[in-house]
Design a protein around this ligand. Sequence first.
Ligand code: 5GP
Ligand code: ZN
Length: 115
Amino acid sequence: MASECIFCEIIAGKIFSDVVYEDGEFLAFRDIQPQAPNHLVIIPKQHIASLRDLTEKEEDLMGRLILLASKLAKKEGLDSMGYRLAINTGDEGGQAVPHLHVHLLGGRKLNDQLG
Ligand code: 5GP
Ligand code: ZN
């Protein structure tokens, strides 16, 4: 756990969140400021600051993370409509919380533009 990391505090149960999925490796919860009707944040419990910090060691973890995102999209009922996964990285990538996370967005027609 990284000190003063809000997502590590959510994992530790020190900050409340609306958890939709948890296992030994990952946690998924509803975004506090949803940008779409369905907006989940999916995180590894391991504190990795961003995509920039990945190493070969995280190859399998990242595969499982994306697979989990697709399963949660299905569980949210988004499969037929479609949805978007986003991983913001660094300041100019729009990353506010420095703990690697996948946004799962859906439930409305999303903007075609990515940035
Ligand atoms: P980023 O901009 O870093 O990619 O996304 C961080 C996301 O985390 C934002 O969409 C923000 O609304 C969400 N977030 C930040 N703090 C909290 C919190 O305490 N609880 C929940 N549920 N979401 C949070
Ligand atoms: Zn963290």
